[in-house]
Write a protein that binds this ligand. Structure first.
Ligand code: ZN
Length: 419
């Protein structure tokens, strides 16, 4: 089987306008200099490509160029993020990492016979199930397994279809597989994850990362909203369950959690960092839009035409609120009444714009509603075409520095490098 192994720590980097791969890789190299090996994974979803009008070939080319230019000697990947059977073909040539998104199939029932045999195969877990690392044994009833089968079995079988389609087409070229369940309404409990992993194993998918939906809100570009104590318990239970599942279901032994919408979850990073150390576990953290927001901050700070572009993107995003927010409904929470009036924004200088956008809770100007709207407003920038990308080029030194520092200082360091 053609598996491309993913190392213990990996970081998903999004580069919407294909201008920051080098600045992003610099952050990974800073980590390397600090003694930490992280595998960079450039991810872009079908949704992003479609909205921007870009192609996976371009993502591949920019990743290859950055790796060449900076002399990166280790592995790196290009992730076909959130794909399904309808969209996977677009990525087959250029990607070596595939995130199979089967969230749309959650809650749809598989055939009764399929459910019955799954329940039978997992019958040995009924009763008290002790898992090393869990404080209390899990209580597994027949209904527990049935419920997971009802909700997730069809989704897992869909993941199997996508996986086999990729396998057939990639031939000997190795690739990594992630399965994502994050873009749905209901979080998955550790027990559900256990039986989902059982089903993934039965389906023969060599899954290396799994992206569940955690409880609490993982909104795009802003901090976690939820109960930190509860998150810690859930995250640690997930780690224990995964470790158990790897051995029990004969899954790849580097299988790890993937945290989607992972950028800017500053209140979670110390919790995640401790849990990874406690369980000696790996992690894939996926970010996508955070680099685009750093571009916007850089443009605003540059002033003049840069600031003008940033403001125009905001005005248009406000006018097209519903259209821009719709594809991201499950991962944003924007209170429209908290969004600044364009008449007011007109008078802002670059610093005010940057401070309103930059995720710094200590700054009274910071506005998470403004930030989330601009997070999904990249379509407006894409429509500006060269006017936007020329500005990125012109202000590249300022922007590149923002991008590198944001990834290294605010993400990698608290996640992986704190004691
Ligand atoms: Zn996701």
């Amino acid at each position: 089987m053609a598996i491309k192994p993913l190392s213990k720590y990996s970081f998903g980097l999004g580069d919407r306008f294909a201008h920051q791969a080098k600045a992003q890789l610099k952050a990974i190299i800073l980590a390397k200099k600090a003694g930490l090996h992280i595998t960079p994974v450039w991810n872009k979803s079908y949704r992003e490509h479609r909205i921007i009008g870009s192609s996976p070939e371009e993502t591949r080319q920019k990743a290859d160029e950055a790796v060449q230019a900076l002399g990166w000697q280790s592995d790196y990947f290009v992730d076909a993020d959130h794909i399904g059977l309808k969209t996977v073909d677009f990525f087959l040539n250029s990607s070596d990492f595939f995130t199979l998104d089967v969230a749309d199939f959650i809650g749809q029932k598989a055939d009764a016979g399929v459910i019955r045999s799954f329940v039978r195969a997992n019958g040995k877990f009924i009763g008290e199930l002790s898992i090393p690392g869990l404080q209390e044994p899990l209580q597994i009833k027949p209904e527990t397994i049935e419920q997971v089968a009802d909700d997730y079995l069809l989704a897992v079988r869909e993941a199997g279809k996508i996986y086999r389609h990729i396998l057939q087409n990639k031939g000997e070229r190795p690739f990594a597989v992630e399965v994502s369940f994050d873009e749905t309404e209901k979080p998955q409990s550790p027990v559900e994850i256990l039986f989902i992993l059982s089903a993934l194993s039965a389906e023969g998918i060599p899954v290396q990362t799994i992206a569940p939906k955690f409880s609490g809100r993982f909104n795009k570009g802003i901090d976690y909203v939820g109960d930190l104590h509860r998150f810690r318990n859930e995250f640690e239970q997930d780690l224990a369950v995964i470790r158990f599942a790897v051995r029990t279901f004969n899954l790849p032994d580097n299988l790890k959690l993937s945290v989607h919408s992972g950028s800017d979850k500053f209140s979670l990073y110390p919790i995640i960092c401790k849990a990874l150390q406690k369980f000696d576990a790996g992690l894939h953290l996926k970010t996508a839009g955070t680099t685009w927001l750093e571009e916007l901050i850089g443009l605003a700070e540059a002033g003049g035409e840069g600031l003008q572009i940033a403001k125009e993107i905001y005005y248009a995003s406000l006018r097209r609120f519903d259209e821009l927010c719709a594809p991201y409904a499950t991962v944003i929470d924007i209170d429209r009444s908290e969004l600044p009036d364009p008449q007011e924004v007109k008078n802002w200088d670059g610093q005010k714009f940057a401070e309103t956008l930059r995720h710094d809770e200590a700054n009274p100007n910071y506005n998470p509603h403004f930030r989330q709207l601009l997070h999904v407003g990249y379509k407006v920038a894409a429509e500006m075409g060269h006017r936007f990308t020329d500005a990125l080029q012109r202000f590249e030194p300022v922007i590149g520095e923002q991008v590198t520092q944001n990834i290294f200082d605010r993400h990698i360091r608290p996640l992986f490098l704190e004691e």
